[in-house]
Design a protein around this ligand. Sequence first.
Ligand code: F6P
Length: 550
Amino acid sequence: MKNPVELEQWRDLAEHQEKMSRITLREHFANDNQRFDTFQLQAAGIFLDFSKNHITQETHKKLLALAEACDVPAKFNALFSGEIVNTTEQRPALHSALRYQGSEPIMVEGRDVMPDVRDVLKRMGQFTDAVRDGSWTGFTGKPITDVVNIGIGGSDLGPLMAVEALAPFAHERLSIHFVSNVDGSHLVSTLKKVNPETTLFIVASKTFTTQETLTNAQSARSWFLDSDATEADVAKHFAALSTNSEAVSAFGINTDNMFGFWDWVGGRYSLWSAIGLTLALSIGMKRFEQFLSGAYEMDQHAQNAPLATNLPVTLALLTVWYNNFWGAPSHLIAPYDQYLHRFPAYLQQLTMESNGKSVHHDGTPVEMATGPVVWGEPGTNGQHAYFQLVHQGTHLIPTDFIMALESLNPLGIHQELLMANCFAQSEALMMGKNAEELSADMKLSGASDDEIARLSGHRTFQGNRPSNTLLVQQLTPKTLGALIALYEQKVFAEAAIWDINPFDQWGVELGKALAKSIHEEIQGGSTVDKHDASTNGLINRALKMTNLQA
Ligand code: F6P
């Protein structure tokens, strides 16, 4: 593909931005009372209001022209049909096959992958039923009460976020725990809460080579064997989710307790595969299937809806618009639903590991910004922490507000207040408060002219800050599936426009290799001198300050 910055559609947008930067969001609304109706979309149970953005119908057309010029529809077709879209690793990225509900075959290297996908889902169903109904027992014959998911990155963040998001649907007897950090405190503090007789460990690792996961799994196994359990009991208490059956059996987990997936499932896209087992244990297989069906509905929309009404493409184009033409390097995710409290963290891996790239597919350097920094916390907490900067700081921070309208825990006026705060934030960000409005307000509360003049600069809000608002009726397995798939496909559409590969992550390799060799040096305990002065200094100081020095 041609370098996107050389496309005439790109240059056209750059020129158009100059004009748009002179019009405020307030003016857009004043000029067009149809704006809310014009800039809204709906798909798979998700409603999007994107009217509070620096766009007109002309902007929208120009953005759509860019998506056309970048072949976004053809790239979606390539993704869904199993073409090699992960060009550096020469493989497809077929997470969509994991939630596919149709009857067509999906081919990888001449073979339909759907029978294998369905077979793993069936085995997951049998296993989760047995654990949930209590017929799967631990080594003393008691039903399982605690599940500990040991994994990191995509083998942790997805299941953790979804188990939290769907907590109201959780099995009553099962407490779910997640251990990811190699910091022993994570495992030790978790093990203090559980009993070896009734704990099931799920070791989740696509590669089964990840240092943190294997170290945690080894220590969990030792803890288990330090109880009255024997080696033969491991089979009742350890299951593995992986693509690497050899490493799973080498670790000592019976492959009968292994749920497999395939190298065409990227780690951060693996929640829909066997990596979703912990979620399925929590909510049951029927609800896990509803979760898959919500994602499938969004996939169908992403692939088939015209660009102009395509939800993920619209969100992607808005990110490109702000990131590349307005110089906004970050993107705030503000879910107004406590159950979505890990959603921003999950989206960080999804978007930043996918689109944190500096070269195009052909290896040539990019000439524009790629993936923005994604961050956030649930509302209303964020309002009392960093929203000050979003309202009055110097950075432009496009924000996605996400609101589940119906609470799963209706309680007095709580939900009304939550909604009111969500809508108030996007209004305040857009409208701001000018000096005249401030002065009128302050006069009403009895302020003198001197005081108004003294505080005017501090208390006026420029406003003009863009946001999207996404509404769902209620946070159910189905709507969560659709919401996650929406962001997955948004990330893909961005990568399609930037002509980068969203499915590799070479950037994490160097740190892993260095950690391995520094670990050997720490174990050796001798003074080191082969690194730069800072790294040598830190290692040597750490050796001196601990009892690790030889
Ligand atoms: O280091 C990054 C990464 O490879 C992620 O992409 C992945 O989700 C995570 O590590 C865990 O990998 P695995 O599931 O193979 O243990």
